[in-house]
Design a protein around this ligand. Structure first.
Ligand code: GDP
Length: 467
């Protein structure tokens, strides 16, 4: 075969170099509904990468196992308008005596790391060490629950009656509903009345959240951040729309209905869309954290609600051609992980069931993602392991158990119960076969935080960039 001319070879090498240059930057986002474990995950992720060369146990991450991952240092983040992820305060809380869980983040935050690694094979132009700039983002999954709102106008949103799903929710919103039913959509809007009703509606959402419900809209009402108290959050669905949409649309701008329509539109355009346009669209990879075990602990109504919420949340990742998001923003996430968190709440023999249950819970969204050819992996992990696995003897049998310290400070040895591998049926709930306490983090040994399968998650999310 004739040798290609030198300029061709050089051209190709230069192309490769540029390609690699592009590969050296990755924007990785972490999300999940509040309490799913985002803050703990990001803290552990940064901690493991910073200790990768030495103390961290990352056997499932080949670059670390082979000693090629040399560590990570923090760099100044490029987006000056986004708060910095509070890594130092989180580590400080974990290092206290007794250790505390880090305070959860409540909006979007960011942290930039530079990873240093030795490539697996050395090529012609390749330097002995390479680097990967990793931009990490953390944002509330509640914000993704707002995507379906973009598919509604105010009138059709009111028809979904989001306050009426299930007996418990009806109870929570009963007082608000009585007051809202008294409002005449055609009457002149009274600012103070609207603000009061909007606050009562938001209070209902917060109460539902506290009680373990997940399917709650609009998402910013729960985590308003800098929008707290702004009129853009002062709307709610009107319960008694007896006129046709055309009749309602003809009402004057000063009417209750027209005022709420304007606020709903503003919320769509100035709150929901900018998040997708300015942040979501730019993420390369994403991990969605799900507290499956917490929902199992909370009972059937909350479990069912989590399933509904995840169905809505996952719409942000389904890239079918008719998908709303695709039409609006063309996101570019090319790899997704879905992780059941807090796996240290169950004994290791149950971990496969946790993943099976997560798969069952997300069956439809996962099917769509696979069909759209988005690489996705489901796994279970503990970002910061708070228990130790033990065995106890019962007669001749050796049974798995967990040793840990409860949040109240009591040392316990427990068997939390079996996790069902499929969606739990009535028989499961009647047996009430699952119960675990919250655990306090273990006192910090020097170096890396203890974890379960953080290395598997890291490998899936960035491992291919470290070869
Ligand atoms: P966020 O609201 O999604 O940021 O959730 P956090 O990261 O604040 O986690 C919520 C709570 O879940 C923490 O305060 C812990 O009590 C618990 N938690 C989170 N991660 C773990 C974990 O890996 N193991 C255990 N045992 N508990 C965890």
């Amino acid at each position: 075969m004739p040798t290609p001319p030198v300029h061709e070879t050089l051209g190709r090498e230069l192309g490769n170099l540029l390609e690699r240059g592009r590969d050296r930057q990755l924007r990785l986002a972490v999300t999940g509904l509040s309490q799913a474990g985002k803050t703990a995950f990001l803290t552990s992720l940064v901690n493991q990468l910073r200790h990768a060369g030495v103390e961290a146990r990352l056997d499932l991450l080949p670059a670390a196992r082979d000693g090629r991952l040399l560590g990570a240092k923090r760099l100044n983040q490029p987006d000056l308008g986004v708060p910095r992820f509070p890594y130092d305060p989180a580590m400080q809380a974990l290092g206290e005596s007794p250790p505390r869980w880090p305070a959860p983040t409540r909006g979007i935050s960011e942290l930039r790391l530079e990873l240093r690694y030795r490539p697996a094979r050395s090529g012609w132009f390749r330097a002995p060490t390479s680097h990967l700039t990793l931009d990490l983002f953390d944002y509330p999954g509640e914000w993704l629950l707002d995507l379906p709102l973009l598919g509604h106008d105010y009138y059709s949103w009111c028809q979904t009656r989001p306050y009426a799903q299930g007996a418990k929710r009806q109870e929570i919103f009963a007082e608000w509903l009585t007051a809202a039913e008294r409002l005449d959509p055609a009457a002149d809007a009274n600012e103070a009345v609207l603000a009061e009703l909007a606050e009562a509606y938001a209070k209902g959402l917060r109460r539902a959240k506290q009680l373990g419900f997940s399917h709650l809209q609009p998402g910013r009402f729960l985590l308003p951040g800098e929008l707290d108290g702004a009129p853009v959050l002062q709307f709610f669905p009107l319960p008694n729309l007896s006129q046709t949409q055309a009749e309602l649309d003809a009402l004057p701008d000063t009417s209750v209905y027209a005022t709420l329509v304007a606020r709903f539109r503003y919320y769509q355009k100035q709150v929901v869309q900018p998040f997708y346009r300015e942040h979501f669209r730019r993420f390369d990879r994403q991990i969605v954290l799900v507290d499956v075990l917490g929902a199992l602990n909370a009972g059937p109504e909350r479990f069912e609600d989590l399933s509904l919420a995840l169905g809505e949340l996952m719409q942000s990742f389904s890239y079918g051609s008719r998908n709303l998001l695709n039409r609006l923003f063309a996101p570019r996430i090319d790899r997704l992980a879905i992780a059941a968190t807090k796996a240290d709440h169950v004994t290791p023999d149950q971990h496969d069931n946790v993943v099976a249950l997560l798969n069952a819970l997300l069956k439809e969204p996962l099917k769509e993602l696979r069909f759209a050819n988005v690489p996705v992996k489901a796994l279970s992990l503990a970002s910061i392991r708070a228990t130790q696995s033990r065995e106890v003897s019962q007669g001749k049998e050796r049974l798995p158990a967990l040793r840990g310290t409860t949040l109240e400070g009591e040392d316990v040895l427990v068997y939390p119960g079996d996790v069902p591998a499929t969606l739990p049926d009535n028989a499961f709930w009647q047996r009430q076969g699952f119960d675990f306490p919250g655990f306090r983090p273990m006192p910090a040994a020097s170096g890396a935080l203890p974890h379960i399968r953080m290395d598997a998650a890291i490998d899936w999310l960035i491992g291919d960039k470290l070869t």
